[in-house]
Design a protein around this ligand. Structure first.
Ligand code: SF4
Ligand code: SF4
Length: 88
């Protein structure tokens, strides 16, 4: 079991569906949704809980709409760390 668990928050209303984050995710955590956002693009979303919080997706997103969080599972009291915050 991974010692660090991650998750991402994606501002889907700004997503352009470019697919870059999906391709750069080493865990195959992200997919493009079958649904579309207000701009008419299929948007990225998490499809499973395999995220490690590596930040690859946030770094490649041209819209800078992904925020990564990491939870250290080794600590007794769960701590969630916000890794990267970017705003549009
Ligand atoms: S932080 Fe890393 S593992 Fe998590 S969704 Fe993004 S690219 Fe995938
Ligand atoms: S890289 Fe950004 S804009 Fe492109 S699909 Fe992922 S979240 Fe959407």
């Amino acid at each position: 079991m991974a010692k660090v668990k991650g998750f991402v928050s994606i501002k889907i209303e700004y997503c352009k569906g470019c697919d870059l984050c999906v391709h750069e995710c080493p865990q195959d955590t992200l997919v493009l949704s079958d649904k579309i956002n207000q701009k008419g693009y299929r948007y990225a979303e998490m499809t499973n809980d395999t995220c490690t919080g590596c930040t690859n997706c946030a770094l490649v997103c041209p819209e800078a709409i992904i925020t990564v969080y990491r939870e250290n599972l080794k600590k007794k009291s769960k701590s969630v760390e916000k890794i990267q915050t970017v705003s549009v």
